[in-house]
Design a protein. Structure first.
Length: 83
């Protein structure tokens, strides 16, 4: 026969165990979220580095093409004759 005191202790123990379990679950989810956040950041930095390399290569190619191209001829000015 269980007494009210033993029932109360049992309920308290159960509540403490559930609270501890929930706290551990939140900690695990937080750690997983941090790993996901760091992985996404790494992917973004890699993509930015790749795009920067492509942009710099294109700018260098454009500069080389501009240096190899002949300079544009200046426009000839025409004079109007007053009548």
């Amino acid at each position: 026969m269980a007494t009210r005191a033993s029932e109360a202790r049992s309920i308290e123990a159960k509540n403490r165990a559930e609270s501890s379990f929930k706290k551990e679950e939140r900690a695990k989810e937080g750690a997983k979220a941090m790993l996901d956040y760091q992985a996404n950041g790494r992917v973004i930095r890699e993509q930015m580095a790749r795009l920067k390399a492509l942009r710099l290569a294109k700018e260098a190619a454009d500069a080389a093409a501009a240096a190899a191209a002949p300079p544009p001829e200046p426009e000839k000015k025409t004079r109007r004759v007053k009548r």
